[in-house]
Design a protein around this ligand. Structure first.
Ligand code: NAD
Length: 356
C-alpha cells in the first residue's frame, strides 16, 4: 500500500526528531512492503520566517490532501515577542481546527525499564501505570470568545469557556470506545462544583455512559485528579476531559513517566486523517545539538500506523523495537541516569531500526 504523509517539521528540535521518525517509517515500510511518501510543509517559526505567517494556506491544503500528518514542534525564543495571533503556537490551534481534530489521545505509560526516572515514591512507581488521556481538542476556553473590556477594576482581559452537548458527546464516545479496548474504566474530569460547562460535561458524559454498561464511569474533580495522578496513577485507565484540563493533566502525567521525550500523541477526527506529534515542545535549549530523544516522535509515527492506516502489526513492531532498546539499557541524555553513557538522536534511531 502507498500512504502520503505530510511532514510539518517546525522549529527547534522538530526537524531532527521528525527525520528520525521518517527513517523508522521507511524501514518499517521496507520490512512490511508499504510505501510511505513524505511531503514537507512549513509551520510555526520556520513558516513565519519564510512567509510571514505561522500557518500558510499551502500547509493547510497539503495536510488536507494527505493521508496523515506528522508534526515535530513549533516555537522558540526568536518568535516570543510577536503578537498572539502571529506567534508560531497559533499554527497549532489553526491546523487542529482546519483538520477538525477534536480528539487528542495521549498515552502516559511508565516503562518498566525507566522506573528509576519516575519522580514518584518508589512504592508508587513500583506499581507502574498505563493511562490513556482523551482530551477534547477543538472547543472550550482555547477557542472561546476573548478580548479586553472595561470591568469593575478598569481594563480587564477575558476568555470564555463554551461547550455544546454535541462536542462533549463525541469525545465521550471516543473515551468509552477506547476503554472497551483497554481495562474498561473511564474517569471523567471536570469542575462541576463551580463551572456550568462542567455540569453540562458531566450530564452529557453520563448520558453517553448509558450506552456502555460494560465500562465503569466515575467523575473526578480536576483538582482532585491532579492530586490522584501523583498519589496513585495506577488507579486510572482512560481519562476524558476538556481542552484546558487535558492540556494541564497530560503534562502532569507525562512528567511522572520520567521524561517528556518519551510521550507520543494522536489527534483525530471522524476520518482516518489524523495528526501525530510528540507532546513536548521544540526544546530550543538542545536544538541543533543532535541529542534530542526521538522516541516520542517515533511512537507518534507508530500511532499513525495504528489509528490512521490500521497497520497494527507494523505499529507493534515499532513499539516493541523501542521497548527492546530501552530494556537493553540504551538511553538518550534525558532518560539516562547520571554519569551513564548516552546515545545521540541518530544513534538511538539506528538502534530502534535495528530492532524492528
Ligand atoms: P519543551 O517541551 O520544548 O522543553 C521542556 C524541557 O524538556 C527542555 O529542557 C527540553 O530540552 C526538554 N525536552 C523536550 N523534548 C525533549 C526531547 N525530545 N528530548 C530531550 N529533552 C527534551 O517545552 P518549553 O521549553 O516550555 O517550550 C519550548 C518551545 O516549544 C516554546 O516556544 C513553546 O511554546 C513550544 N511548545 C511547542 C509545542 C508544540 O509544538 N506542540 C508544545 C509545547 C511547547
Amino acid at each position: 500500500m502507498k500512504y502520503n504523509i505530510a511532514l510539518l517539521r517546525g522549529d527547534g528540535i522538530g526537524p531532527e526528531i521528525v527525520d528520525s521518525a521518517v527513517r523508522v517509517l521507511k524501514a518499517a515500510g521496507e520490512k512490511f512492503g508499504h510505501e510511505f511518501c513524505f511531503t514537507p510543509y512549513l509551520i510555526g517559526g520556520a513558516a513565519i520566517d519564510e512567509t510571514g505567517f505561522p500557518l500558510p494556506q499551502e500547509t493547510v491544503d497539503g495536510c488536507l490532501a494527505s493521508d496523515s500528518v506528522l508534526l515535530g514542534a513549533v516555537g522558540g525564543p526568536r518568535w516570543d515577542n510577536l503578537p498572539g495571533d502571529r506567534r508560531p503556537e497559533k499554527a497549532l490551534l489553526g491546523i487542529r481546527s482546519a483538520l477538525g481534530l477534536f480528539t487528542n489521545l495521549r498515552p502516559a505509560r511508565l516503562y518498566p525499564a525507566l522506573k528509576d526516572a519516575c519522580p514518584l515514591r518508589e512504592e508508587v512507581a513500583a506499581q507502574g501505570f498505563d493511562i490513556m488521556i482523551v482530551r477534547e481538542l477543538t472547543g472550550g476556553i482555547y477557542f472561546g470568545d476573548r478580548g479586553y473590556r472595561q470591568g469593575k477594576f478598569g481594563l480587564e482581559a477575558y476568555d470564555t469557556e463554551c461547550y455544546s452537548p454535541m462536542e462533549i458527546e463525541r469525545i465521550a464516545r471516543v473515551a468509552f470506545e477506547t476503554a472497551r479496548k483497554r481495562r474498561g474504566k473511564v474517569a471523567s474530569i471536570d469542575k462541576a462544583n463551580v463551572l456550568e460547562t462542567s455540569r453540562l460535561w458531566r450530564k452529557t458524559v453520563h448520558q453517553v455512559a448509558e450506552g456502555y454498561p460494560d465500562v465503569e464511569i466515575r467523575d473526578v474533580l480536576v483538582d482532585n485528579a491532579a492530586m490522584q495522578l501523583v498519589k496513585d496513577p495506577s488507579q486510572f485507565d482512560v481519562i476524558v476531559t476538556s481542552n484546558m484540563f487535558g492540556d494541564i493533566l497530560s503534562d502532569e502525567a507525562s512528567q511522572i513517566t520520567g521524561s517528556i521525550g518519551m510521550l507520543p500523541s494522536a489527534s483525530l477526527n471522524e476520518t482516518t486523517r489524523g495528526m501525530y506529534e510528540p507532546i513536548h515542545g521544540s526544546a530550543p535549549d538542545i536544538a541543533g545539538k543532535g541529542i534530542a530523544n526521538p522516541i516520542a516522535t517515533i511512537l507518534s509515527a507508530a500511532m499513525m500506523l495504528r489509528y490512521s492506516f490500521s497497520l497494527a502489526e507494523e505499529a507493534d513492531s515499532i513499539e516493541n523495537a523501542v521497548d527492546r532498546a530501552l530494556n537493553e539499557g540504551l538511553r538518550t541524555g534525558d532518560i539516562a541516569p547520571k554519569g551513564a553513557p548516552t546515545l545521540s538522536t541518530a544513534e538511538m534511531t539506528d538502534e530502534i531500526i535495528r530492532r524492528l
